[in-house]
Design a protein around this ligand. Structure first.
Ligand code: SAM
Length: 280
């Protein structure tokens, strides 16, 4: 094998979801770089693969990336895997691939499982156009701005979410994006695989009954680009700045999205209101 960086997808639950090609290449490379070596050792053992393993995760990327590049520069072949699914998709890998590409080192993806794609393919929501946006921000104010920024996108929106944040994220989705059709896809390819489908309110009710533990993908059907304004611009801005504690900029951005007003106009109005508030 010549120096090549293989980006290998591994199962997201069901071990049968690894490909023949992935198993063959994992058995042929000189080195396997894994997010969590103990976790990946179990996968390699399952397929009777014995290879030198090195860790490559979020907090050692810079230092480990250089060592992996060195191995590649010396003509070694390296496989990058993550704990589950496709590396680089809400997982480490991008920096390493970017650096390998910039040095002219061949990068070969070995396709396979990805939770976002599995969820979309089984969701029943439009799949001709979609946006995958990874994990929403953990803090509510940022999460709402993040959702508002995506309100006008034309296709299905695909998000990852941790189970303990699911309820609050669904609440924000309903508030910011309105009553759209949603799908919560959980535990894909595992024993308790489940698709919870319905309006935002229906899905929230099902989730509130304790139905959504485990690993989760949220899918949001496309909606109208601009929602009907329910509040005047100034009332909405005041609420966003005073109650939701958004900055002038974030409040203007969200209000523009909700009311269909231009961002500039919403920003000027937000500044005027903030100024008037400071004078009083
Ligand atoms: N690289 C992975 C991929 O290709 O899907 C994603 C890694 S990301 C750190 C982990 C998140 O993916 C989980 O929190 C969950 O949102 C989603 N996920 C992973 N496995 C899943 C599964 N079996 N069912 C549903 N969602 C899953």
């Amino acid at each position: 094998m010549t120096a090549t960086l293989y980006i290998i997808a591994t199962p997201i639950g069901n071990l049968e979801d690894i490909t023949y090609r992935a198993v063959r290449i994992l058995g042929e490379v000189d080195l396997v770089a894994a997010e969590d070596t103990r976790h990946s050792l179990k996968l390699l053992n399952h397929f009777n693969i014995s290879k030198p393993l090195t860790s490559y995760f979020d907090h050692n990327q810079q230092f480990k990336g250089e060592r992996i590049l060195n191995a590649l520069r010396q003509g070694k072949s390296v496989a990058l895997i993550s704990d589950a699914g496709t590396p680089c998709i809400s997982d480490p890998g991008y920096n390493l691939v970017r650096d390998a590409v910039s040095e002219g080192i061949p990068v070969v993806p070995i396709p396979g499982a990805c939770a976002a794609i599995a969820a979309l393919s089984g969701s029943g929501l439009p799949s001709d156009s979609f946006t995958f946006a990874g994990f929403p921000p953990a803090r509510q104010a940022k999460r709402r701005v993040f959702l508002a920024d995506m309100a006008a996108l034309p296709g299905t929106l695909v998000l990852y979410e941790a189970p303990h944040r699911l309820e609050e994220t669904l609440r924000d989705i309903r508030e910011v994006l309105g009553e759209r059709q949603l799908v919560v896809a959980r535990e894909l390819s595992k024993i308790y695989e489940e698709f919870i489908r319905g309006t935002a309110t229906e899905v929230m009710a099902a989730v509130a009954q304790g139905k959504a533990r485990g690993e989760i993908v949220i899918l949001i059907a496309p909606g109208e680009a601009v929602q009907e304004p329910t509040e005047a611009l100034d009332t909405l801005l005041l609420r966003l700045m005073d109650e939701e504690k958004l900055s002038v900029k974030d409040a203007a951005r969200k209000a523009a999205m909700i009311t269909g007003t231009s961002r500039n106009e919403a920003y000027s109005e937000a500044l005027r209101l903030r100024h008037a508030d400071e004078q009083s």
